[in-house]
Design a protein around this ligand. Sequence first.
Ligand code: GDP
Ligand code: IMO
Ligand code: MG
Length: 431
Amino acid sequence: MDGRAEVIVGAQWGDEGKGRVVDTVAGDVDVIARFQGGANAGHTVIVGKEKYIFHLLPSGMLYSGKTCVIGNGVVVDPDKLLEELGGLQEQGKDRARLVVSGAAHVVFPYHKILDGAEERFRGREHSIGTTRRGIGPCYVDKVNRMGIRVEDLLSPDTLREKLSTNLEIKNLMLSRVFGEDPLSFDEIYNKARSWGKSLAPYVGDCSVVISDALSRKQGVLLEGAQGTLLDVDHGTYPYVTSSNPVAQGALTGTGLGPSAVGRVIGVVKAYCTRVGSGPFPSEEKGESGQYLREQGGEYGATTGRPRRCGWLDMVALKYAIRVNGIDAIALTKLDVLTGLETVKVVEGYTPASGAEQSGTVYPNHSVALAGTTPAYSGFPGWDDDISGCTAFEELPQGARDYLRYIEEQAGVPVVLIGVGPERDQTIRRGL
Ligand code: GDP
Ligand code: IMO
Ligand code: MG
């Protein structure tokens, strides 16, 4: 370890397999930190017959002797966090030490109600398809300087003062704008105090914890949630989440400077999926999409919604490599493509205006993106079961050609290959 952290980010629309990649490599590091998003995330980790879905906890919780950090950039729903932690404790699997940043913002019940009410207000045509976990409204409060932070839960007077101002405004919005019932101050205050008591042992300063680890040359992984194309600045706005899942978010979301980061690893699914609304040029609405969904088990880890499925999009991937500064790719779910006669990939777009668009120029404006027609290349598929392969050389010709093509086009190496959902169904080539 060279005293610099590795950032693991989603390079598509989320659900690329970030959790399993983090779990696969977490054994080799000391600190694993989440830096943005909240309980909208669902990171699946499969170890043997056991399946864990992490929403707020970092995907390193199953390892003893590690420190797992929830960074200041995360929005914490304490009910969800305590539920997740309790679940692990019951099974004796809360093996890592947990640190929750005092500066992380708290998701309150009114954020979740507002999330649902705003989605209804947008109507079917314009709704984002949020997870309704209160993410957008909580980040709005943070940026509007009205938010309540984890550290406030520990201080009864500050909490009372902040919550009463906040709830007064929220109740006006709920009742007068959205026609919802106002919420009781006492009920929320008492709940928040009990959250404070339960979370107190975990509250700390994430910047100090991570920087200390780096100065001791310990290994640090910064685990992103969601994906590049859901980034509020660089994604398909407005069909995005309300935080920065790109690698840069790892710095503001934990309190580190750019020189603290060594490699940026982009997690890429061998095809593409998207949950919720928004443009998806390579989406397959017919049989092939259904095939990918069934073979890949593409149903949301948080909401259970069927994921929209389509082909790998090289234009979008090159864009993700540029905006994140991705140094290497972890490619997941290669096994899902087994059995296909042809594996398709988007190589360029023709925008509505007619001029061919390719390279790293990605029309991330959602209207422009929705108007494009993708141009595909096709690769011969393979039939051999690859789920037991442990080395690149063991993969069938078609799979090797597909990987080489991705490396060549992306200009970065594929350093990890997922050939199945379990921890060990991984070919490691430098990660
Ligand atoms: P995340 O949100 O990026 O952590 O990804 P999710 O957990 O939401 O979705 C990824 C899904 O794919 C999960 O069900 C994983 O168990 C599964 N998965 C991850 N890697 C592989 C792989 O290499 N092969 C297969 N077949 N499944 C995988
Ligand atoms: P992980 O970390 C996939 C999507 C929602 C919706 C949009 C905004 O598991 O990859 P939000 O609730 O964040 O306001 O919803 O973002 N979305 C995700 N899609 N994976 C996720 O997380 C997601 N988190 C949010 O479906 O389209
Ligand atoms: Mg997920």
